[in-house]
Design a protein around this ligand. Structure first.
Ligand SMILES: *Cc1c(COP(=O)(O)O)cnc(C)c1O
Length: 238
């Protein structure tokens, strides 16, 4: 786990203000972009501090760590009613605990994972919300489908009973300058507009992190996923 540096409430407020400023600059309505706080590698107490600062939706990357945090909040702070998004790569042998705990999975890039989440979603829980991850830069090393693979996967997912296909997610490659950061974000905007013609119920385009938040808002994101700007730099030597 990464040790939390003091000052989280101030950092959280700063990110909220930056998001609001970006919405204004882009001519978008205040509150139109949802903020997901990404607490990977930080413990449940750090996430609790972020919830006390006002965050309600949280992203997790690792199945075991994320499930442990959801369980901790279910036990100790059910009154907070937090919303949990799984945003990391998900292996098929880890789908069951995720299906039993998370509200969203944003990293769907093959049908098998969506099928398992649908089959393993407990009766009595709302359908799990899914986003298809798109490899918008075409990087070999990255997860996500190509734009060409998207329509067939989306159609197959829509046929599953216990899931709701809510839209698309992307993790563009980091870039130094504004233009280079805008390019994949604008490509996602175009792809999402096309996607919504076939899937009009899709309402979520998840893109934008600490380093490209403002650009993502300009490019039409509906959900930014912010980790280090809120929690601080991560330490992966766990
Ligand atoms: C870690 C992570 C984030 C947050 O990244 P920061 O640069 O720390 O804001 C967002 N999305 C995904 C998928 C991540 O893995």
């Amino acid at each position: 786990m990464t040790e939390l540096e003091p000052g989280l409430p101030g950092r959280y407020a700063h990110v909220c203000a930056a998001l609001e400023a970006a919405e204004a600059k882009a001519g978008r309505e205040k509150g139109s972009v949802k903020l997901l706080a990404v607490g990977k590698t930080f413990n449940a107490e750090a996430v609790l501090e972020c919830a006390r600062a006002g965050a309600r939706a949280f992203g997790e990357n690792y199945a075991q760590e994320g499930c442990d945090k959801v369980d901790w909040f279910r036990e100790h702070h059910p009154e907070l009613g937090l919303e949990w998004h799984f945003i990391g790569p998900l292996q098929s042998n880890k789908t069951r605990p995720v299906a039993e705990r998370f509200d969203w999975v944003q990293s769907i890039d093959r049908l098998k994972i969506a099928e398992r989440l649908s089959a393993q979603r407990p009766a009595g829980m709302a359908p799990i919300n899914l986003l298809i991850e798109v490899n918008i830069d075409g990087e070999d090393t990255k997860s996500g489908v190509t734009p060409a693979e998207l329509p067939a996967l989306a159609e197959a997912i829509e046929a599953l009973p216990n899931v709701r296909l809510r839209g698309l997610m992307a993790i563009p490659a980091p870039a130094d300058d504004h233009e280079a950061r805008m390019k994949p974000l604008l490509a996602m905007r175009t792809l999402f507009a096309e996607f919504r013609k076939a899937h009009p119920q899709a309402d979520t385009l998840s893109m934008g992190m600490s380093a490209d938040l403002e650009e993502a808002v300009l490019a039409g994101t509906t959900m930014v996923r912010v980790g280090s700007a809120i929690f601080g730099a991560r330490n992966y030597n766990r």
